[in-house]
Design a protein around this ligand. Structure first.
Ligand SMILES: Nc1ncnc2c1ncn2[C@@H]1O[C@H](COP(=O)(O)OP(=O)(O)OP(=O)(O)O)[C@@H](O)[C@H]1O
Ligand SMILES: [Mg+2]
Length: 337
């Protein structure tokens, strides 16, 4: 299967084939591009332009499959956990269908709605079923499908970034927090036993970090990007000036992670995540691991989305510096059916 993650700054593609309980990597590729946000595009020419970039990536990466799974940005999606009384699966499906209007802020005839049963707590009082509801505006989904179509590809399924990310990264035996640090957004998920239980997106990520460096040091965006990637949060570099610029932005991300954990523990009665797994381009920020570990007091690990994927030594070495960027695309390619 082929997974395609169309980010705001980069497009990632991964093609996998199932083998036994794992996968083989058939192809992978990544390309940077510039465009206004896809959600804002109306003009057919602009869809075609991004389609061309995707078509080229698909060709140059050596991907053969034309049936693809794509993601829509978490920032465009509404996710809620709802408690139902102890109903059957079929009853829950119909309750979701008839009642979702009260849970989502867009008219249901303009939304694509999915639900997952997270937990049946027969022993709690009252007994309850925990259901995750995800709603995406149809118009947004259609725009991403149009980009794929313009590349000559057929969209088989559309998922949210965090659903795909959870499939690629979440262990099935514990509660973890996943943070995807991209260019325009940071997405935060909590997964319990491999199921996505909580999700949130904030518009603070790589671009906000670059902007902070640019403003604080009085350098242009390109230079700021360079400083950010080279020095990051290292206090010994440039008299700590880059770190000083980045710190307040990182703090906002840390606060949001803390809020997510607090909400999950109080509102959803979940256990505190035992570790944090970071992914996305901004997870490469120098020294981010130790800063997050210090600020959150929880073990922080960099994602390895290829953990279920067989790679030869050479490919593994080549992919290593980029592997956290591929997390969503791998999750999409791992989708069954
Ligand atoms: N080594 C690095 N250190 C810090 N930041 C980095 C590094 N490498 C890439 N980035 C940043 O990662 C971002 C791109 O990451 P990614 O490809 O995950 O974004 P995206 O998927 O296009 O964005 P989004 O999902 O938010 O729309 C850019 O902001 C870039 O500056
Ligand atoms: Mg992204």
């Amino acid at each position: 299967m082929v997974g395609i993650d169309i980010g705001s700054k980069t497009i990632k593609v991964v093609e996998l084939e199932k083998e036994g309980s794992g996968f083989n990597l058939l192809a992978s590729g990544i390309v940077g591009y510039q465009s206004q946000p896809i959600t804002k595009i109306e003009d057919e020419k602009e869809f075609a332009a991004i389609g061309q970039i995707l078509r080229k990536l698909h060709n140059e990466a050596g991907v053969t499959g034309k049936e693809v799974n794509i993601s829509v940005p978490e920032s465009q999606v509404f996710t809620r956990t709802i408690k139902f009384p102890l109903l059957t699966d079929a009853e829950i499906a119909s309750a979701v269908k008839w009642e979702s209007e009260q849970y989502i802020p867009i008219p249901i005839n303009e939304a694509i709605i999915q639900h997952t049963i997270l937990e049946r707590n027969e022993k709690s009082s009252p007994p309850e079923v925990l259901v995750l509801l995800i709603a995406a505006p149809r118009i947004v989904v259609e725009k991403y499908v149009r980009v794929a179509a313009a590349a000559g590809l057929n969209v088989t399924s559309v998922e949210t970034e965090l659903v795909a990310l959870t499939r690629a990264l979440a262990p099935t035996d514990k509660t973890v927090l996943l943070v995807e640090l991209g260019a325009s957004s940071t997405n935060i998920a909590i997964s319990k036993a491999g199921l996505l239980s909580f999700s949130r997106s904030i518009p603070i990520a790589g671009e906000a970090f670059t902007r902070a460096v640019s403003q604080s040091l009085g350098v242009n965006a390109q230079q700021a990007e360079e400083y950010k990637k080279t020095y990051g949060l290292e206090s010994s570099q440039l008299e700590g000036k880059v770190k000083g610029a980045l710190d307040p932005v990182l703090r906002m991300v840390v606060d949001e992670i803390k809020k997510a954990i607090h909400y999950y523990q109080t509102e959803e009665k979940g256990e505190a995540p035992g570790s944090i797994i970071i992914s996305g381009g901004t997870s490469g920020l120098p020294d981010i691991i130790s800063m997050l570990t210090g600020a959150l007091g929880v073990e922080v690990l960099v994602a390895n989305p290829f953990s279920h994927v067989a790679l030869d030594a050479e490919t593994a070495k080549k992919l290593a510096p980029f592997s956290p960027l591929y997390s969503v695309a791998v999750g999409l390619a791992e989708r069954e059916g």
